[in-house]
Ligand binder design. Structure first.
Ligand SMILES: C[S@@+](CC[C@H](N)C(=O)[O-])C[C@H]1O[C@@H](n2cnc3c(N)ncnc32)[C@H](O)[C@@H]1O
Length: 273
């Protein structure tokens, strides 16, 4: 199963080079790129950089914090946190191609001293108990059936009182998900919990839930705007670089999935009890 997930995200060839080449075609050298420039490709979730900043706001971070990003992808959320909160972030992700590219992208924006990435599985974290001051995970549990193990592992590596921000796609009340979607070409690697499953799983793992924030309406508007941009002219540096041409259909399906409430986007702000 984990190979199927990594294959879904891997694309072909050297991902950092593909991203650099797309920026060059758009008239931008990698030297001088900012985290804002990278966001169209490295903030791989609904709502992009603004959604990461909103989640970060709830984590109460300062410059001394060591944060874990579970399912860090290309590293956009980790770099956004490191840059805006001056904290250190360790990212872990199942997909080797994403971890390698994440490290290269960090050198482009001068953040290699504050973020690091390693390959690993969210359900078996390679860290000692009570290592981190905070953790986040964005659009990752969508691929994980064993969410009980994922959240128990997050709980284990967090210090007492630490915050855990989860921003994820959950199963809505409007019917079955239309595939393909950005996290899965079909149902075989898609594992959506319902909102009530999520609350139960997080409490059973030992978290208090401080806030639940449903952003489905904003997500619908965000995907409608993205689908309109794609229809007008292909944006040069997007998730298409690793998702391939299916990305257009994925974006159209996401508009339907959100409009019909087949999916919802919800954030859970939790604290280790
Ligand atoms: C939709 S992407 C989101 C990436 C990143 N969080 C972001 O928002 O930009 C989902 C990510 O979850 C990772 N992932 C899926 N299952 C995982 C697991 N069991 N352990 C660690 N990472 C996993 C994938 O490799 C992929 O990078």
């Amino acid at each position: 199963m984990s190979n199927l997930v990594a294959n879904h995200y891997s694309g072909d060839g050297d991902l950092a080079e593909a991203i650099a080449s797309s920026f060059r075609q758009a008239g931008k050298a990698t030297i001088g790129l900012t985290t804002v420039d990278l966001a169209s490709v490295d903030e791989f979730h609904i709502g992009g950089r603004a959604a990461t900043l909103e989640l970060a706001r709830h984590l109460n971070l300062d410059g001394s914090a060591h944060v874990l990003d579970i399912g860090s992808g290309l590293g956009g959320p980790a770099r956004t946190l490191a840059e805006t909160c001056a904290c250190h972030v360790t990212g872990i992700d199942l997909t080797p191609a994403f971890c390698e590219a994440a490290s290269v992208l960090s050198t482009w924006v001068g953040l290699s001293d504050r973020v690091s990435f390693q390959q690993g599985d969210a359900t078996a974290l390679p860290f000692a108990d009570r290592t981190f001051d905070a953790a986040m995970t964005i659009h990752v549990a969508v691929n994980i059936a064993a969410k009980n193990r994922m959240y128990a592992e997050a709980r284990r590596v967090l210090k007492r009182g630490a915050r855990f921000g989860i921003y994820d796609v959950v199963q809505g009340e409007g019917g079955d998900v239309l595939y393909p979607v950005p996290w899965a070409r079909d149902a075989s690697i898609s594992h959506l919990a319902t909102p009530s499953d999520m609350s139960r799983l997080l409490k059973e793992a030992g978290f208090s839930i401080l806030e639940v924030l449903d952003s489905t309406e904003e997500s619908q508007r965000w995907f409608e705007a993205l689908a309109t941009r794609i229809a007008k002219s292909a944006p040069p540096v997007t998730f298409r670089l690793f998702l391939g041409d299916a990305f257009t259909e994925m974006a159209m399906n996401q508009v339907r999935n959100l409009t019909d409430r087949r999916i919802r986007t919800v954030s859970y702000i939790c604290q280790v009890q």
